[in-house]
Ligand binder design. Sequence first.
Ligand SMILES: [Mg+2]
Length: 383
Amino acid sequence: MRILHLDMDAFFAAIEQRDRPEWRGRPVVVGGDRGGRGVVSAASYEARRFGVHSAMPIAQARRLCPPAVFVPVDVPRYREVSRRFLAILRRWTPIIEPLSLDEAFLDLGPGGDGPQAATALKRAIVSELSLTASVGVACNKFLAKLASDLEKPDGLVVIPGDRGREFIASLPVRKVWGIGPRGEAYLHDRGIYRIGDLARVDPDILRPGFGRRSLEIVQLARGIDHRPVEPAQPARSLSEEVTFAADTRDRDALLAVVEQFARSLEERLRESGLKARTVTVKLRLADFTTLTRSRTSAVPILSAAQIAGLGQDLVGQVALGGRRVRLVGLRVSGLVSQGAPEQLTFSFDPALAGDERGIPTMHAEYKRKMQSLPFLWQGRSGR
Ligand SMILES: [Mg+2]
């Protein structure tokens, strides 16, 4: 069994409870805006016992569960945890298909030991993220996803290779991919309630209701699913940018931002198992003129010191002529896998001499600058 489906338990709510110990053991509902409108994005297991579930209006959740703590959604924070979650998975296999921030399929490849990997992954997630995941192990995606859902939270369900069909026979037909409320009603009208019932049906009989999908639906009910785990397209570039609340002509401030971004980019490259050849700096001026400067290194680079070194040189090349800057961006591209050869042919600003991990210690002066610069908007992207 080489296919795994991992699903973090009550992800957003669990992160909130992890970071606010006084909320542990209490019902926590994440969602809505600060005014308390909107819908539930996630509910802790304590809140679910009151009948609260995601996509429910917040107002209804308040009526169902008066003692709950209601927390607004903090996607950047959840995204950060998600990146670390995916980085843990990547240690086992590069064949990972994320479905959302907290869910992914893994293909361990021929001979992969699913149960062993699942146990190790669960342990790593607890020890490194202080969160739990439920894992399904099976011979295909459909079965693995069903399995991960069977013993939530903190579940581990292994479906042996030859027992898929019997394992899922008693589950409701609604659990089959592609069967929504209308499909379910259609099947119920024909006396088909369980996956096991559906598995015995001639697909042609379902054609009026499901059209060309009828064969696939019956195949899934029989535990057959040939879809491969499709890894997300590798990023072609990673970038960070910031728009200042007030335009600045302070060059040291720009250098400080570049240094900060270089650290973040190193971390993101490491997590993705990549190095970069090209560093690009983007400066948008107060009048919205945008200047970009790039430099490509002969060998792929990874460390924040190298990225910052190039980026800061590039900033130095731009003649601002007293004009103010409203946005700074730093991008790395020409990404290659970390297995590619590397040799250090750069000389660095000695002031950026690194700590023991080779990451530059930030100038105290830069740090002060960073803290004194309020930003309007900060973003990142990987394309
Ligand atoms: Mg989840």
